[in-house]
Design a protein around this ligand. Structure first.
Ligand SMILES: C[S@@+](CC[C@H](N)C(=O)[O-])C[C@H]1O[C@@H](n2cnc3c(N)ncnc32)[C@H](O)[C@@H]1O
Length: 289
């Protein structure tokens, strides 16, 4: 039984369809589902999920997610809208299926949008595209199962920028005439010692291909959402586990993990990665290259 394995070793991985894999877990047991499904129109060895069939392919995953997420649980889907193929009559247009997926997640599955965050890739892969600008971002569709949610904002604060520190030192905040009572009387405000409030943009490099997987994620992506939405020992699940990045982030932060993927080689890779850190967490250190 998978849950017994998780209770014993803190994690379990399986080579199987992720939507079916989640059904092996107890109802309402998952605090966070974080993962990156096959991107629309991306041609990979594990197949192509075309825009036209994307919502249908995602449906069983969202069905399982709604059943297995705790009432205070979250799902974050990292994905990128690849372009449609050009033809003699049409330029290669940008697919809107990710926007459609976000709307369906709310309207069909009753999930609630926390935000659609943007991952800005500082070193994007050149596309040579001449009909639009270079593709340099991905979307993180962040949804809550409950309409009222709580996140741990302090866990994901960031360092203040120097100009904001200067403002705090010199600026006196005043009550606004529009009745917005951020302050009731003129006063200085000290910066929060834990850092500034986080932005809904994540900037950073694309992961070097250190693992034998075509789409290995940088660790800082799952780390952000694991820190924001889970506590120690909570169960994190990645239904499209790939090389095991989400699992690595989860275990290194003291969370439990279950991961599924259909490609044997990836599952073996993830299993050995997770074996290497299970049993003691390292607070999210980068993977060794
Ligand atoms: C974009 S990659 C995820 C990469 C992963 N985040 C990492 O850091 O390595 C998508 C993954 O989904 C897997 N996949 C495709 N169809 C699947 C299915 N039905 N169930 C589970 N995984 C699937 C692929 O094998 C691939 O590893």
């Amino acid at each position: 039984m998978i849950i017994q394995e998780i209770n014993k070793s803190n994690y379990a991985v399986r080579r199987m369809d992720g939507a079916k894999g989640m059904l092996l877990l107890p109802d309402k047991s998952i605090k966070l589902i974080y993962g990156s499904p096959p991107y629309p129109n991306a041609e990979r060895e594990y197949g192509v999920w075309r825009s036209s069939e994307y919502i249908r392919k995602m449906s069983p995953f969202l069905d399982s997610a709604c059943l297995k997420l705790r009432d205070d649980g979250f799902i974050v889907i990292n994905v990128k809208a690849n372009r449609e193929k050009s033809t003699s009559k049409c330029s290669s247009k940008r697919s809107l299926v990710i926007e459609k997926l976000a709307i369906e997640m709310e309207e069909t599955w009753g999930l609630h949008c926390v935000d659609i965050e943007i991952w800005v890739k500082e070193n994007p892969v050149p596309t040579g595209l001449r009909v639009a600008c270079q593709d340099a971002y991905e979307q993180n569709l962040w949804f809550s199962k409950s309409s009222k949610w709580t996140i741990n904002i302090d866990a994901i604060r960031r360092p203040y920028e120097s100009h904001s520190v200067q403002t705090y030192e010199t600026y006196e905040y005043k009550p606004r005439s529009n009745g917005n009572t951020y302050v009731r009387k003129n006063k200085r405000i000290a910066p929060n010692p834990l850092g500034a409030l986080p932005k809904n943009i994540i900037s950073g490099g694309v992961s070097a291909r250190i693992d034998d997987h075509p789409a290995t994620q940088p660790l800082y992506l799952p780390q952000k959402y694991i820190k924001a939405t889970t506590a120690e020992n909570d169960l994190v699940v990645d239904p499209w586990m790939g090389s095991g990045t989400t699992g690595y982030a989860a275990l290194s932060l003291g969370r439990r993990f279950a991961g599924f993927d259909v490609v044997e080689e990836y599952v073996e890779h993830a299993a050995s990665l997770l074996r290497s850190i299970a049993g003691g967490h390292d607070n999210g250190k980068e993977k060794e290259t």
